[in-house]
Design a protein around this ligand. Structure first.
Ligand SMILES: *Cc1c(COP(=O)(O)O)cnc(C)c1O
Length: 404
């Protein structure tokens, strides 16, 4: 059991009022809220040891470097990577995917094949389209089924000796579907293809073990797991990271710079040019400590209770259509009411203090599949309650009355 009163007390923002109503924050799939310990870690850096890292011999620089590298190790242990140098700090999932897609340019030939899925976020679609434009590689898309799962039989038919890379999300941000990534990774490897898993939406809900998965690349954004914005991680197997060329040039990523020839630093620094988001990296480590203190399996169990409760309550509402009905789901419910635009419903319930997301959720191909402009998406976190779900249901009933 989670001690929900104690947990809610950790998040200052949950005390806010919106239009004189208590805030009900159900937009966790877009970004999570931050516990006080994470906010304090940010203030502590700027108040007490702000300095650039890896450069100075002075005390502050050494303190900042130690804390930043300690955060890298926390991330390494959380995801069970074999070595800290397999953890590259990025600005988030989007940059992590762009890094891999850019660095792969020189390793691909015209006619090579890449596979993504119909469930991807735009940030796991567009960088691969750009890579295909640069190289002449061909992008194939695993189709989705009506329940929000992937058509794996079609995936198996796509795989052949031209397949170089497979990129799939761990969890769909638009529908909550948990994809069978171990199965996807194993079949790709049987054909000699490498696999990148976009873990942005899984990270606050599922404990991931990159070695057990045998995944080649795994990406997360700190802000979706109680950390700050502007920082994230690319996990890559050391052998892959050593093989890929650097993605950005600048300070910190070099061994020696001469006008005739520059040599690069070893990983992870080879991929970390310039002054990084130092405070972000440190606070990312604090967020991981916080989640582990509560316990990832407790979080998952409690959230799945919330999902069940919300799904049952929503199903009772007239004219509702829920999208994404796989058994394996995180706590995301995407829905619409017959004849009502999702944006209008979202605007009215915001007046009642309920924060949900409306629109295509950066996953337009999913909306095209269902032939809808968008959905209303309620996404829950471990600091939400059944009482808040009741408030959302009441607000939705009000919105329906006003709009019909
Ligand atoms: C949020 C999200 C992204 C993009 O993350 P950024 O933090 O915006 O870089 C990519 N994929 C999925 C599944 C997401 O939920």
């Amino acid at each position: 059991m989670v001690d929900i009163a104690k947990i809610r007390n950790d998040f200052p923002i949950l005390k806010r009022q919106i239009n004189n109503k208590p805030l009900v924050y159900f937009d966790n799939a877009a970004t999570s809220q931050k516990p006080k310990v994470v906010i304090d870690a940010i203030v502590d850096y700027y108040e007490n040891y702000n300095a650039n890292i890896h450069r100075g011999v002075h005390t502050l620089s050494q303190e900042a470097t130690d804390k930043y590298e300690a955060a890298r190790q926390k991330i390494q242990h959380h995801f069970n990577a074999a070595n800290p140098e397999e953890i590259i700090f990025t600005s988030g999932t989007t940059e992590a995917i762009n890094l891999v897609a850019t660095s792969f340019t020189t390793l691909l030939q015209s006619g090579d094949e890449l596979i993504i899925s119909a469930l991807e976020h735009h940030s796991n679609i567009v960088p691969w389209q750009m890579l295909c434009e640069r190289t002449g590689a061909v992008l194939k898309v695993i189709p989705m089924k009506h329940d929000g799962s992937l058509d794996l039989a079609e995936y198996d038919r796509f795989l052949n000796n031209k397949t170089k890379l497979v990129m799939v999300n761990h969890v769909s941000n638009a529908l909550g579907t948990i994809n069978p990534i171990k199965r996807i990774i194993d079949t790709a490897h049987a054909h000699g293809a490498a696999v990148l898993i976009d873990g942005a939406q899984a990270s606050m809900h599922i404990k991931t073990n990159v070695q057990a998965l045998d995944v080649d690349f795994y990406t997360v954004s700190a802000h979706k797991m109680c950390g700050p914005t502007g920082v994230g991680m690319l996990y890559g197997k050391a052998e892959w990271l050593r093989k890929l060329p650097p993605y950005k040039g600048g300070g910190e990523m070099i061994a020696e710079v001469r006008f005739e020839k520059t040599t690069y630093a070893d990983i992870p620094h080879k991929f970390e040019a310039g002054t990084p988001n130092i405070v972000g990296g440190i606070a990312f480590g604090t967020a991981i400590d916080y989640l582990n203190q509560i316990g990832m399996s407790k979080i998952a169990n409690y959230e799945s209770e919330l999902l069940d409760y919300a799904t049952k309550a929503l199903e009772k509402l007239d004219g509702i259509e829920i999208y994404g009905k796989t058994v394996e789901k995180t706590a995301v419910v995407s829905f619409n009411f017959q004849g009502l635009h999702p944006y209008d419903v979202g605007t009215i319930i915001d007046k009642l203090g309920i924060a949900v997301r409306t629109g295509h959720h950066c996953a337009q191909p999913i909306m095209d599949f269902y032939k809808i402009p968008g959905t209303i998406r309620a996404s829950f976190a471990f600091y939400n309650t059944k009482t808040e779900i009741d408030l959302m249901i009441t607000a939705l009933k009000r919105a329906k009355e006003m709009l019909s």
